[in-house]
Design a protein around this ligand. Sequence first.
Ligand code: PGA
Length: 239
Amino acid sequence: MNTRVDDATALAQGVVSGVGENPTVEVALCPPSVYLTTVAEAVAGTPVGLGGQDLYAAADGAFTGEVNAGMLTDVGCRYVILGHSERRALMGECDKQVSEKLHAALAGNLIPIVCVGETLDDREADATEKVVETQLRGSLDGLDEVRAAGIVIAYEPVWAIGTGRTASPEQAEEVHAFIRKLLSELFTDDVASQIRIQYGGSVKPGNAKELLGQPNIDGALVGGASLKAEDFLGIINAG
Ligand code: PGA
């Protein structure tokens, strides 16, 4: 909820023109759902993809206020963010709901970007791996190997989101390597190597290169810095 329609349009146009025709990384914009159509127009015919910030798991029916996978694909989405820490903390979303959303997204041909990450209290209690493992196992419940290979995981330590505090490349890599190992256990080494694991939490042009240079960091989920086309492009160019 950081943009209004004029900002959303200008931002999308700025990203599209900066990305050019042959970007070396995959780029997507995930605006608030009411601006999806507007941003879809700005990215139409360009390599920049479109995604939703959430979905409701039901295929159809009376769910006032909700938006489902079919509606997202209707307006041109290819991706959907699921289980963002703000939804988990503020809307009480649990792993079971995230897993239902994951299956709904896949059934609707969307690429889910599943967010996991520990709070500061968890980290200080040395519970990072336990929390991330519980979230991952719960959120990916019932997922088969074939479909697993196409999903995206975003590791977002809650203490680093919107706070200006970034996990150091070593801290982030440690958790990413742990996630990769867990994915190997849940699926196979081959599937685990195909799953993209993004880092999110105060990614900026100035720290993107070092973060993205880590062996298990395959991309970034960007919040604040994506609100300025120039900053977002700086991160894209570091990829
Ligand atoms: P941030 O947000 O980049 O502003 O920390 C990340 C996010 O909300 O996913």
